[in-house]
Design a protein around this ligand. Structure first.
Ligand SMILES: [Zn+2]
Length: 329
């Protein structure tokens, strides 16, 4: 069961604002909840609906035990409507259906809430139909439009609603969600430090290739440390044949960057920040044989390699030069 407290963990600002509006009885008639996938828009919409319809709401919190709260928890309250894309789009018939439902008075009171998921997927006709609905002096109705792409909503709709921006999850929040989704921790740690979009992180983790790429980069750091000359020899066969596409090589460089940041963390005695936490021993070994200054130079060399790759220098040349610089460290 979602609660304000739960939502507040990731979206403290939005929750504070909404609860204040509830306490002062100054909720707007329409809100746009915009932000990346997985930032808690639907959970927040549900708690808001519950608080609004609760019979014994106190200090901006739903009681969780009245019939309204219970029906919203079980997802079958007659005065809370949720619309989601039917296939690719939200169609005009779906909006008309909503208007029809809302023409009848509410079961318990006149208070009603409707939630439109992926509101940016409304067809132009659907959006215009909704617009008329928003323009009607909607007594006790609250509209919640959820979107990951707010710029795709009609300006006319945006101007009639209050937009609340849901912040991207911090790496820790993404990590926790990935772990809940049964992603192994080493992979989850790495993915959550690569992106602040939960959906993207999950997709990365679910690719078999990503775990292999991680292992490959760990192998590269070992080769650099223990067999620096051999490393150059096998660069093409062992590494570039695996990181074939430019995107793949870009990712490899990002992973390498994280590895050297970890190394820096160890130099600074911040080993609790290490992303490659299951490689702590290897990192500590490496730290013994290099200095903080050298590690900083290695980070710089990786950033330079990334820039060279972007400006279309051949991958082999970029990597050869990088390996030469890294093995000096
Ligand atoms: Zn209640």
């Amino acid at each position: 069961m979602v609660s304000w407290e739960e939502c507040s963990k990731t979206q403290p600002r939005v929750v504070k604002l909404l609860k204040n509006s509830i306490r002062k009885q100054r909720l707007a008639h329409a809100y746009i909840f915009e932000g990346a996938h997985g930032t808690g828009k639907m959970a927040t919409a549900t708690v808001l609906a519950k608080t609004y319809l609760c019979r014994n709401s106190e200090d901006g919190n739903p009681c969780e035990s009245c019939p309204n709260c219970k029906r919203i928890t079980s997802g079958n309250h007659p005065d809370v409507h949720i619309i989601a894309p039917d296939g690719q789009n939200i169609k005009i018939d779906q909006i008309r259906g909503l208007q029809k439902e809302f023409a009848y008075s509410g079961m318990e009171s006149s208070k009603k809430v409707y939630i439109i998921e992926h509101a940016d997927k409304m067809t132009v006709q659907a959006a215009n139909s909704l617009l008329k609905f928003l323009e009607e002096p909607g007594n006790d109705t609250i509209a919640l439009l959820l979107t990951e792409q707010v710029h795709r909503l009609l300006d006319t709709i945006r101007s009639r609603a209050q937009t609340l921006t849901f912040s991207p999850l911090p790496p820790q929040g993404i990590l926790e969600k990935l772990l809940k989704d049964d992603i192994p921790k080493p992979v989850a740690m790495l993915a959550s430090s690569l992106t602040s979009d939960y959906a993207e992180a999950l997709e990365i983790c679910r690719e078999e290739w990503f775990a292999q790429a991680r292992a490959k980069v760990i192998q590269l750091t070992e080769d650099l440390r223990l067999r620096p000359d051999y490393c150059l020899v096998v660069l093409q066969d062992q590494y570039l044949s695996f990181f074939k596409e430019k995107d793949q090589l870009r990712l490899a460089l990002n992973l390498l960057l994280i590895w050297y940041r970890d190394l820096l963390s160890i130099h600074l005695s911040n080993s609790e920040n290490v992303v490659f936490f299951d490689q702590l021993q290897a990192l500590e070994q490496q730290a013994l044989h290099t200095s903080q200054k050298k590690t900083g130079e290695a980070l710089q060399a990786i950033l330079t390699a990334q820039a060279r790759l972007r400006s279309n220098v051949s991958p082999l040349m970029v990597m050869e030069q990088l390996v030469l610089r890294l093995r000096e460290g």
